[in-house]
Each structure stands twice: as structure tokens, then as C-alpha cells.
Design a protein around this ligand. Structure first.
Ligand code: GTP
Ligand code: MG
Length: 355
């Protein structure tokens, strides 16, 4: 079976009408990485004021706006240009159950347009999730403030905003990894998060999906993702994912976990991952789990965790249980395990940070 047939089959078997928009240079780069994970099973649209959208593969829709020289780093300029394509974006979004917007915040196009597109998504009735990169500290106060402003607007316009701090990524890789390598990691992480959410949504009727409910009005979400190998890989992958976070989370309302491994991935491995996540976030959070076996992953396990309804109070997570009132078992929330490990897909090569 060729890839397009496989993609069509996946699309037909997916109850969720999921559409993804990548906006700006970073958003379009994340879109390309997501395509490698999802084999064309999801409708995608790339938008840019620069050249990024024109470089996207023909399997995706693309909209280039302005004269191709970007927004000059000015979100307001990007918003002015947006009127050129607003109706095309509405056409793309209409009838979607779930809209995911990918963007790097801090410059013009993504910061200006991601909130506009989120509003369109929500107005059309789609569950609207923005998955964004926050700039490196070294990119300066101006960009960081612009990113924060765009983030705050997204919190208003979208149902959930999944944020990933670029600074967390530089600590993940080796300190000599290049900026390009760090951006590739960023793109990969965002793609993993979207993949995790999609897998969680794929089971059952999307309109009544528990994952959807946990995302709706979740506020701030955080994505953590890591790979590990060896006998303790389930446990290690979770520790490494949490170890990459720059802050600790005082409260987490729910977690969407997606575990990928080779053909030797068993439910017991997935259970180990879940137990370890419980250790990290406490027992009150609802947990939704899905998993995939991917040909080519060998002994590796990749765990992606989307934490929803996150509040950062500077308290170490491990201390959280001491703050609670001793009714942990009563408060224990159900675990939603979305069934059998059945999907077997071929893994495409994954880029990692390199010189
Ligand atoms: N994930 C990812 N992030 C990137 C990449 N390049 C830059 N970034 C980050 O994303 C932020 C926005 O950069 P771009 O996406 O290039 O900017 P833009 O939205 O296209 O805006 P303008 O070019 O100013 O119109 C930057 O401040 C970086 O932190 C990339 O290739 N991948
Ligand atoms: Mg750009």
C-alpha cells in the first residue's frame, strides 16, 4: 500500500476532523515536521508573509501574503496583510472539529496572526488549540515582551495554549548544539504534542471525548517530550521529559500522554509511564493515555506529555501532595487508557540537534 492510500485510510478511520494551521516561519517549519509524523492524514495549511509558505510540500495548502519580505517583525503589519487571506482561512477552518495553530511567538507574522486565526477557529465552533514556541531569553526583552503579549491574547482567543519555552530545549541537547539544531528540536516537540493530542482524540466520538473536554478552556498547557532507551526506558523517558521543564508546576488539571515504542512496547510499559507521571503531577489530575508501536523504534520509547490547566507557583511538584488535605485516594481521578496498542506505522527519520 502506498503512502497516499495509507493516509486516506487513516483519514477515513479518524472520527475527528482535525485541521492544522502553521503561521510564520517557525509555524511552517513545525508543520513540515508534523507532516513527517502524520503521513498526510491531517489537513494542513501554512501561512507566511515571508517565503516559508511557498516552500511547503504540495500535500499541504499554503497562503503567502504581502510581498514576500515578511512583516518586518511587526505584528500589526502582519494583521493588516491578513485581510488579503481572511476568507480563505475561514474556508479552511469551517467544519473542523479541532483546529490546531502552530507558531513561534516573538516576531511579526506568528504573533500577529495566531490570535486572529484562533478567533476564527473558535467562532466557527472548533476546539481551538494553539501550540507555540516562546523565544529564547537571549533573543532580547523586546521579542520576549512581544511573545508574552501574543501569548496573553491567545489565552483569550483559544481554548488552550500549549507553550514550549525555547530555553528548555537548549538544556535538552548538548550545550554545543547549534541554534538550528535547537529549532529542529522545537519543531519536533511541537509536532509530538500535536500527535499526542490527535491520538488521544482519535478514540471514540470526538464531541464527547474526554481529551477534548480536558483541553476545552484548559488555559495554559505545557508540552514535555523525551526519548529513552534501555530497561528503564518508560521511567527514564518521563524523568527526562520533566527534567527538561524550566519551571515546576504547582497545579495541573489533566495530562494527555502519548507513548511510542518499537514492536516490543507492551501495556506494562505504558502503565509504568503513567505511574511515573502520577508521581510527578499528583493524583488529582485526570490522565488520558494512548500509545503506538512504530516499526523502527527498536528499544526506544518516546513519551510526550501535554499538561493542561497548568499553574506555576514555583512549588516543586513533589511537594504538592503535602499541600493537599490527606484525601488523596478519594480525590484520585480515573485513568483513561485509550485501548489496545494496535497501530503499527513506519517511523520516518527524526532529526535531532546537531552541529
Ligand atoms: N520552532 C521554531 N522556532 C523558530 C524557528 N525560527 C525562529 N523561531 C522562533 O520563533 C520566533 C518567531 O520567528 P519566525 O517564525 O521566524 O517569525 P515570523 O512569525 O515569521 O515573523 P516575521 O518574520 O517577523 O514576520 C523567533 O523569535 C524564534 O524564537 C524555527 O525554525 N523553528
Ligand atoms: Mg518570518
Amino acid at each position: 500500500m502506498d503512502l497516499m492510500m495509507l493516509a486516506n485510510e487513516v483519514r477515513q478511520s479518524t472520527a475527528v476532523d482535525l485541521r492544522v494551521v502553521g503561521v510564520g516561519g517557525a509555524g511552517c517549519a513545525s508543520l513540515m515536521r508534523l507532516e513527517e509524523l502524520m503521513f498526510g492524514s491531517v489537513n494542513m495549511l501554512g501561512i507566511d508573509t515571508g517565503t516559508a509558505a511557498s516552500g511547503l510540500p504540495s500535500s499541504m495548502e499554503s497562503l503567502s501574503i504581502g510581498s514576500g519580505f515578511g512583516s518586518g517583525g511587526d505584528p500589526e503589519q502582519a494583521v493588516i496583510l491578513f485581510s488579503e487571506i481572511e476568507s480563505s482561512v475561514k474556508d479552511f477552518v469551517c467544519d473542523a472539529d479541532v483546529l490546531i495553530i502552530l507558531s513561534g511567538l516573538g516576531r511579526g507574522t506568528g504573533s500577529g496572526l495566531a490570535p486572529k486565526i484562533a478567533r476564527i477557529g473558535k467562532e466557527s465552533g472548533a476546539l481551538t488549540v494553539a501550540a507555540v514556541n516562546m523565544p529564547f531569553e537571549f533573543e532580547g526583552r523586546f521579542r520576549n515582551q512581544a511573545a508574552r503579549k501574543a501569548f496573553d491574547r491567545l489565552r483569550v482567543e483559544a481554548d488552550a495554549v500549549i507553550a514550549m519555552n525555547n530555553d528548555d530545549l537548549s538544556s535538552l541537547g548538548d550545550s554545543k548544539s547549534s541554534l538550528n539544531g535547537a529549532f529542529q528540536l522545537a519543531d519536533q516537540n511541537i509536532a509530538n504534542a500535536v500527535n499526542a493530542i490527535t491520538k488521544g482524540l482519535e478514540t471514540g466520538d470526538v464531541r464527547s471525548s474526554a481529551v477534548l473536554e480536558s483541553l476545552r478552556n484548559a488555559g495554559e498547557s505545557v508540552v514535555l517530550s523525551a526519548e529513552a532507551t534501555g530497561t528503564n526506558s518508560p521511567h527514564d523517558s518521563v524523568l527526562s521529559a520533566f527534567g527538561s521543564a524550566s519551571t515546576k508546576f504547582a497545579t495541573v488539571s489533566s495530562a494527555v500522554i502519548h507513548v511510542e515504542g518499537g514492536i516490543g512496547l507492551f501495556p506494562s510499559h505504558v502503565a509504568e509511564v503513567v505511574n511515573e507521571v502520577r508521581q510527578q503531577i499528583g493524583r488529582r489530575a485526570e490522565i488520558h493515555v494512548s500509545s503506538d508501536r512504530l516499526v523502527g523504534m527498536g528499544q526506544d520509547i518516546r513519551t510526550t506529555i501535554v499538561l493542561n490547566g497548568v499553574q506555576r507557583l514555583g512549588e516543586p511538584i513533589a511537594d504538592l501532595e503535602h499541600l493537599m488535605d490527606g484525601h488523596m485516594d478519594e480525590a484520585r481521578k480515573p485513568l483513561h487508557f485509550s485501548g489496545e496498542i494496535m497501530t503499527v506505522r513506519t517511523r520516518r527519520p527524526v532529526l535531532v540537534a546537531s552541529e
